[in-house]
Design a protein around this ligand. Structure first.
Ligand code: BMA
Length: 866
């Protein structure tokens, strides 16, 4: 038995293979012929590297690259193989990802075809490979042409169209859906070898996927079922040896088996195991599993190792018992929807994850780590890998495992009706099997989910969507969500829960986006019914999507939008907001609160700031409200964590990886211990909020008690009422103090709820402003500032003389690299806040106090105050 691995060569070329009639290819590309190419990579980045196309992320360049997706492309290289390698029983060419319609030729002979970007491919090249140089050629056919052909063959089905792509049939091809354009992403239909590849040659047997499945994990014992795939040449019966080492490296369990068929299953038992926990619930110890495939004892065994987290996970969907807890008793009964890890209920706080780059091969392990760290710093404990993107690399899930970040993983079917006919059904099944097998070793992965919005669409969207379900003339994908995926999981990964859709209610007889059952997407706030206060009219059991747009961080915006186009409604700004009405909608939302911004002609930086503030306020209110609904509600995952290019979108981190103001706001509203002011319950007029309550959330393993205070103030700082209270909140629970009607207020008044420390100082505070900005007579603040060096940065200490709302230090206006902690605070007269600044540039105090740098809503709410 032997096994040889051979890397693919570094030198490749790419060239146009064919150009359909009517497509204009730029002269310089035609002249260039075959150019050097990078593998893993894609044609867009190869053309970019050679300066043959403009950067599609900048200015109005994107449409100039649309021709690329209409053409066919050819990648070539020379594979040099030695005699020993090609004399093995099996010689295989492996690709972890080919994007997408690939025909692979070796020495002029077709050795394989692939039509799915999301699966690993293994092609037999034994008969064609020769000693010495071999010509390897991969031709990628146009995805555009293919989806049109598939539409014609199977009959088109409803799908959502976005931005520059009116409605492209991303449901007819197994390629990252957002590559065709999304409401936050450009249309960059690319192709290429997007993940690594290699040659493997072996005799006897080959070790395949290792799937450690946790069957039991509690303080007493854990049982780990290890399933191993083995590829066998007839007649061989190798032995599998499994060992498990505890996190300190001590072997704690061992088992062996004979691999006589393609799959072996072994059970390992650990007494008194160290359990893996989500972040903030405990540690993330990982056991090392080693698997060795031994044949005749004469050659080195093939080995695989992986880190395993011992934990259980359940999705609890139990019928409500009466009485249901306030504030939602009026809604009637439904079913819970919450995750339990190791028997402990978890409130999921987080966001949706999209591919971090339109060209995902550019996302390095280091970039994954940076992004996940940002999510952790924002106090998130869950990311949902959204179904219009990709199954991410191991590096993503590895780091989530290491840090305790929970992952909700969608199958990749989004915003469309998917045919259940061949050839699509077989491709989708193979893809599900392959990725479940690849990813199920990760403890962070706690939920498989069937689709994004594809069930919901058939209830609530346009006529064609509703008709496809009601008439039953065409398939639309329900068979995947209710039958095929559960069957595949039953077989390959029965160790974790599955849910058919986001959103879904648990049964086709209940509306998929119901408040009472399952998970919800809340989009009518941003898309339709007025301002963000309308989040208060929603009562989800688990909100897996809701969002509010905001522009990218200023330096990112400046990189992408040339100065002459920096007007809110300019065509280039529109190009960098892929929701058709997005730019206007942001103005409408500002106009809900402020006067003078409706036309988009107001000062660009002022508009940028107010749009960012609206995004912060919206998600603050939404997330604080969903936390107030706990335990009725068990999760708030907003749309969306990240971006794939520089764009105005719903994200908290922009396309250049910079935190937006929303990221700073998130750090507060997802904190484990939090005080908020929210409506006391469901009231008919949510915008006026009705009776309010002080909420204390203790998402922490220890009880929390202390003293607090509520104040009613006039905007000039005068106290109208105050009251102290004592509180005691059990671990992982919330506490509520309902306020009497006398605490209601009018515009120009506000409530403040404070947690006091042992010395009676304010440790944390929350605000409720009555009325809208335009009705509030804010005073122009005079801020006392003090700039001091601290470690390798600077601290700007700011003291207010009046109520200052939504104060931010936009230090990147003066130094592009400046990063500031402590954004988005509201101060009462006499209170001080500290902004911590990291920058390599020298900064003077007066440059930081310029009105465009140290900003609050006070001077912008009414354009009259200036
Ligand atoms: C939901 C998501 C995405 C989309 C977002 C914003 O539909 O699932 O498809 O980008 O809303 O509109």
């Amino acid at each position: 038995m032997s096994f040889i691995q051979h890397e693919l060569p570094a030198r490749w070329t790419v060239e146009l293979a064919s150009v359909p009639d009517g497509v204009d290819v730029p002269e310089q590309v035609l002249n260039a012929g075959a150019i050097s190419a990078t593998v893993p990579g894609c044609v867009h980045t190869d053309l970019l590297d050679h300066g043959l196309i403009p950067d599609p992320y900048v200015a109005d360049h994107e449409p100039l690259t649309h021709w690329i997706g209409r053409c066919d492309w050819r990648y070539r290289t020379t594979l040099t193989l030695d005699a020993a390698l090609i004399s093995e029983d099996r010689v295989e060419l492996i690709f972890d990802g080919l994007d997408t319609l690939a025909t692979i030729k070796l020495n002029g002979r077709v050795v394989g075809e692939s039509k799915n970007m999301h699966v690993r491919q293994r092609f037999d090249i034994k008969a064609v490979a020769r000693e010495g140089d071999n010509d390897l050629e991969i031709r990628f056919d146009s995805a555009r042409a293919y989806i049109d052909a598939m539409d014609a063959e199977l009959g088109p089905r409803p799908k959502v169209g976005h931005g520059s792509n009116a409605a492209m049939s991303h449901n007819m091809i197994r390629k990252m859906a957002c590559n065709f354009g999304w409401d936050w992403g450009p249309q960059l239909i690319t192709c290429g070898v997007w993940r690594p590849g290699r040659v493997e040659a072996w005799s006897g047997a080959r070790l395949g996927d290792v799937r450690p499945l946790v069957r039991r994990a509690d303080t007493e014992a854990a049982e780990l079922e290890v399933r191993v795939d083995v590829d066998l040449v007839e007649g061989s019966a190798p032995r599998l040896d499994c060992t498990l080492e505890d996190p300190a490296g001590t072997p704690v369990a061992k088992v062996s088996a004979l691999a006589t068929t393609g799959e072996a299953s072994m059970l390992l038992r650990v007494d008194q195991p160290q359990l893996w926990w989500p972040v903030d619930y405990g540690q993330q110890p990982r056991y090392r599993l080693r698997v060795a495939l031994n044949h005749d004892g004469t050659t080195r065994p093939q080995t695989a190792t992986c880190l395993v987290g011992l934990r259980t996970v359940e999705l609890c969907t139990d019928a409500d018992d009466k009485p249901i807890q306030q504030p939602v008793a009026e809604l009637g009964q439904g079913e819970s929807f919450y995750l339990q890890i190791n028997g402990q209920r978890v409130f999921c706080k987080g966001a949706n994850w999209i591919p971090d780059d339109c060209f995902p091969h550019r996302v390095t392990p280091q970039r994954y780590r940076q992004r996940i760290d940002q999510a952790l710093e924002a106090n998130m404990n869950m990311l949902r890998v959204w179904g219009g993107g990709i199954y991410e690399d191991h590096a993503f899930y590895d780091y989530c495992d290491e840090r305790g970040m929970l992952v909700w993983q969608d199958f990749l079917l989004a915003c469309a009706c998917y045919p259940e006919e061949e050839p699509i059904a077989a491709l989708i099944e193979e893809e599900a099997e392959d990725n479940v097998s690849r990813l199920c070793r990760h403890p962070s992965l706690v939920l498989w989910n069937g689709c994004n919005e594809n069930i919901w669409g058939t209830f609530d969207w346009t006529e064609d969507w509703i008709a496809i379900r009601e008439r039953g003339e065409q398939t639309w994908g329900l068979g995947y969500y209710l039958e095929r995926f559960p069957r595949i999981l039953e077989r390959i990964d029965p160790s974790r829960p599955y849910w058919p859709g986001s959103p879904y209610s648990g049964a086709m007889s209940v509306h998929p986006n119901a408040n009472t059952h399952g998970n919800r997407h809340i989009w009518d706030v941003w898309n339709g019914h007025g301002d963000y206060r309308n989040y208060l009219g929603h009562y989800p059991r688990f909100a897996s999507e809701f969002g509010f747009q905001g522009p990218p961080a200023w330096p990112t915006l400046c990189r992408a939008i040339p100065e002459e186009h920096r007007a809110w409604l300019s065509p280039v700004m529109h190009m960098h907001n892929k929701q058709r009405l997005g730019q206007q909608r942001a103005l409408d939302r500002i106009a809900d609160d402020c006067d003078g911004y409706e036309t988009g002609e107001a000062d660009f930086e002022d508009t940028w700031f107010l749009a960012s503030v609206q995004q912060c306020r919206a998600l603050t209110l939404g997330c604080e409200w969903f936390r107030a609904l706990s335990p009725w509600c068990s999760g708030a995952l907003y749309w969306q964590l990240n971006d794939c290019w520089p764009v105005t979108s719903w994200s908290a981190i922009d396309g250049d990886g910079r935190p937006k103001l929303l990221w700073h706001a998130t750090r507060r509203f997802f904190r484990d211990r939090l005080i908020t002011l929210m409506p006391a319950g469901i009231t008919p007029a949510q915008t006026d909020a009705g009776p309010l309550a002080v909420y204390l959330h203790n998402d922490h393993g220890e009880a929390w008690s202390g003293r607090g205070r509520v104040l009613k103030l006039r905007i000039d700082g005068q106290t109208l009422a105050d009251r102290d209270f004592d509180f005691a909140v059990a671990a992982r629970e919330s506490w509520k103090l309902e306020l009497e009607p006398s605490w209601a207020g009018k515009p120009g008044e506000l409530l403040v709820a404070q947690v006091l420390d042992d010395r009676g100082e304010v440790a944390d505070q929350a605000f409720w402003f009555f009325g809208r900005d335009r009705d509030i007579p804010y005073e122009r603040p005079t801020l006392k500032v003090d700039l001091e060096p601290m470690n390798d940065g600077l601290v700007l200490q700011v003291t207010a003389n009046t109520v200052v709302r939504d104060l931010c230090l936009l230090a990147d206006r003066v130094a592009e690299d400046a990063e500031v902690q402590g954004q988005f605070v509201t101060l009462l007269p006499g209170q001080t806040t500290r902004f911590v600044i990291q920058t390599n540039s020298p900064l003077a105090a007066d440059s930081l106090t310029a009105p465009r740098v140290l900003r609050s809503v006070n001077t912008l709410a009414r354009r009259l105050i200036k």
